[in-house]
Design a protein around this ligand. Sequence first.
Ligand SMILES: [Zn+2]
Length: 98
Amino acid sequence: MKTGIHPTYYEDAVVTCRGCGYTFKTGSTKKEIFVEVCYKCHPFYTGEQKYIDTKGLVDKFKKRQEAAKKLQEKRKEKKKEKKQQEKAKSLKELLQEL
Ligand SMILES: [Zn+2]
């Protein structure tokens, strides 16, 4: 191994999870590592629904979804109204023809 070009290797670097506080040791060139989620609290391993929402992105997404749903319903109603109007028109036309 050439000297002077390799970073310091810490054999007992501490990894700390910000999501649940769990810590474990590993080998790394950094003494301390912070992660947002680990295998102790990630939904894939726990089977639970839990959001680690540090930036409020999940809330934002949920709000957008709700807004989109409302918009879709409004559009559906408009389409229905349009169809009904068209039907009424054609009936009128039929009556006028008689
Ligand atoms: Zn964790």
